[in-house]
Design a binder for this molecule. Structure first.
Ligand SMILES: Nc1ncnc2c1ncn2[C@@H]1O[C@H](COP(=O)(O)OP(=O)(O)OP(=O)(O)O)[C@@H](O)[C@H]1O
Ligand SMILES: [Mg+2]
Length: 294
């Protein structure tokens, strides 16, 4: 495999749910050491595409290749075995358990003491601390419950875990959606770290301002179809915003809003006139002393 063989590739992939065309003719690649941003509005097909990539769904049409070989994944476990790790927004973590426990969830290191094999706390703590440090994350105490971490820290632990367990491709479904500016920055930094370690990252987001600084290439979905893939050199941030919103639709919305504003203003003016007349009538019916004529 040479350096430019995509880690992942889909060719003309389509997915139908009954009469709903969730994806139509989508082609996309992810190279080692790049961040591919998958952008698109609600219902564009982003989640459906990553579910195909992560082995939850099978495409109805088209091909899926991993490191140049055609694959048909029957489950997320099969995709994971090929190094494709997906971090979902509602992370599979247990809030009451410690950071290190969560780090190893399902693959705990064990130690043999006499006839008994048990969870190796010391080793788990050490590896967790080391791996997090490699990503630049300093935890005070790996014993701390995951539930007490901030949203950004939790995402970071999930990313570090995927990297440690040998992910080649990291798929992140809206990891920054629920985060504040600073926290989102933290997660974006870990995405950059993962890229620096040679992983291919697929970063799904609505937010062009999160995507643009970190993304190398951008694939834009709109109602199940792809507008194509663009490098950063080909696209300014404004181009991307316009394209994502569907430029024409936004323009149409602009006209509509102007129309609303105009009819609003007209209605207000009319109201004023009527109210003005009513006020004058009221004033006229009052005597000079402010008492009502009778
Ligand atoms: N299991 C399903 N059954 C029927 N229709 C589905 C199913 N999953 C997705 N769809 C439809 O496919 C289209 C794409 O949905 P998808 O969830 O992939 O969009 P998305 O880009 O992830 O949107 P969002 O940003 O809101 O998460 C939508 O019209 C959706 O209603
Ligand atoms: Mg989605």
């Amino acid at each position: 495999m040479d350096d430019r063989t995509p880690l992942l590739e889909v060719r003309n992939v389509s997915k139908y749910f009954g009469s709903v065309i969730a994806l139509k003719d989508i082609s996309m690649t992810v190279l080692p050491g790049e961040v591919m941003c998958l952008l698109g509005d609600n219902g564009a097909g982003k989640s459906t595409l990553i579910k195909i990539l992560s082995g939850v769904y099978q495409p109805d049409e088209g091909d899926y290749l991993v490191e140049g070989q055609p694959v048909k994944f029957g489950s997320p476990r099969e995709a994971l075995a090929r190094g494709i790790a997906t971090v979902y927004q509602d992370l599979a973590m247990i809030p009451l358990m410690s950071i290190s426990r969560n780090f190893f969830l399902g693959s705990e290191p064990t130690i043999q003491i006499g006839p008994i094999r048990r969870y190796d706390v010391t080793k788990a703590d050490r590896i967790t601390r080391e791996e997090l440090a490699k990503m630049g994350i300093m935890v005070r105490d790996t014993d701390q419950a995951v539930g007490t971490l901030s949203g950004g820290e939790r995402q970071s632990v999930a990313i570090a875990r995927a990297v440690y367990f040998g992910a080649k491709v990291l798929i992140l479904d809206e990891p920054t959606a629920a985060l504040g500016v600073k926290e989102a920055g933290v997660v974006l930094r870990y995405i950059a770290q993962a890229r620096a370690r040679g992983l291919g990252v697929i970063f799904i987001t609505h937010n062009v301002h999160h995507a643009y600084p970190i993304g190398d290439r951008f694939t834009i979905l709109n109602r199940g179809r792809s507008y194509g893939t663009f490098t950063k050199a080909e696209m300014s941030r404004d181009d991307l915003v316009r394209m994502m919103a569907g430029g024409e639709e936004l323009e149409e919305l602009g006209h509509e809003l102007e129309e609303f504003a105009r009819s609003d203003a007209a209605a207000a003016a009319k109201r004023e006139r009527t109210e003005g007349r009513a006020f004058e009538a009221e004033a006229a019916s009052l005597g000079a002393d402010g008492k009502r004529d009778s």
